[in-house]
Design a protein around this ligand. Structure first.
Ligand SMILES: C[S@@+](CC[C@H](N)C(=O)[O-])C[C@H]1O[C@@H](n2cnc3c(N)ncnc32)[C@H](O)[C@@H]1O
Length: 280
């Protein structure tokens, strides 16, 4: 079955967005171990990477998992990081000073290598793939027999209020804020859905751990201003079109949603993350 036009458009948009946001994403999130990025160590430990292993870090972004995987493979192993954003890959290359690593541009649904991998990792990306089952079939094919898949996804809906406080409100003012062909980014965000998806893809010995990390974006103003500062262009343009009355209403709606998490003027959000390991 061919790719639908909307899914091609969506992928193009994702590439453009990640090329734009990768530098700030690296600086603000992936280069640190705060909030959801406490998952990196846990994911790599669930992957049980051994010295000498060949590892693929799928949708490696700026290399957060790649660098931790390299510590486990040692000099005799090798890690390949692939992503569809050239800007993310450039940052990954620059910030990963190892000899036994390669970065390459590939789409998750269409990559192929001559060699098979001991371990494939994929952190915070499965939900971006419009045809995730195709990506999972690709992963399964690329793993050695009894190879390990280790992946992390964000929890769905209100389990990650950092996202839902803003997006549930934005949706009310800009119903088309997601590009056409966009998959539901929350669709793997419960233990049951994630488990079922991975099982359906033919993996075995599936283990899903749920974690709640904590993240403080500071005051409401800091949270809101940072959101506006780090926004990618397509949504920024839509927000700019709102009247100042609508903008104020939107900001107030978001603020209301942060109140349950605010104490002494500082927001502290819980952040659910699911980390899974499975065998090919
Ligand atoms: C939230 S970032 C995660 C990056 C990295 N794994 C980490 O933990 O920091 C999502 C990444 O998925 C990549 N991505 C999205 N769709 C993709 C696709 N179809 N194929 C390959 N990479 C994709 C983006 O370019 C981006 O770098």
């Amino acid at each position: 079955m061919g790719l639908s036009n909307t899914s091609i458009e969506y992928k193009k948009r994702i590439i453009k967005t990640w090329n734009e946001v990768a530098p700030r994403y690296h600086k603000r999130w992936a280069g640190k171990t705060i909030g959801p990025f406490q998952s990196t160590q846990k994911l790599v430990s669930m992957a049980r990477i051994k010295s000498g292993n060949l590892v693929l870090d799928l949708a490696c972004g700026t290399g957060a998992v790649t660098r931790q995987a390299l510590k486990k493979t040692g000099k005799n192993g090798h890690v390949i990081g692939i992503d569809s954003s050239s800007t993310a890959l450039k940052i990954a290359k620059k910030s990963t000073p190892y000899k036994n690593v390669d970065f390459a541009i590939f789409d998750a649904e269409n990559f192929a290598f001559n060699q098979k991998f001991d371990v494939i990792t994929c952190q915070y990306a499965l939900f971006f793939f419009p045809n995730a089952s195709k990506a999972l079939a690709n992963i399964k094919r690329a793993l050695k027999k009894n190879g390990t898949l280790a992946l992390a996804v964000h929890g769905a809906g209100d389990t990650v209020p950092y996202f839902s406080a803003i997006f549930d409100s934005v949706e009310k003012f800009i119903p088309d804020y997601l590009p056409s062909g966009a998959p539901d980014l929350d669709r793997f965000g419960t233990k049951n859905n994630l488990y079922k998806t991975i099982k359906k893809a033919g993996f075995t010995r599936i283990i899903v751990h749920e974690y709640t990390f904590w993240y403080s974006p500071g005051s409401f103003s800091a949270y809101w201003n940072n959101y506006l500062k780090y926004l990618a262009k397509p949504l920024r343009e839509k927000l700019d079109k709102l009247s100042s009355k609508q903008k104020t209403e939107l900001k107030n709606m978001v603020k209301q949603k942060t109140i349950p998490y605010t104490k002494n003027g500082t927001i502290k959000f819980p952040w659910k993350v699911l980390i899974l390991s499975a065998k090919s």
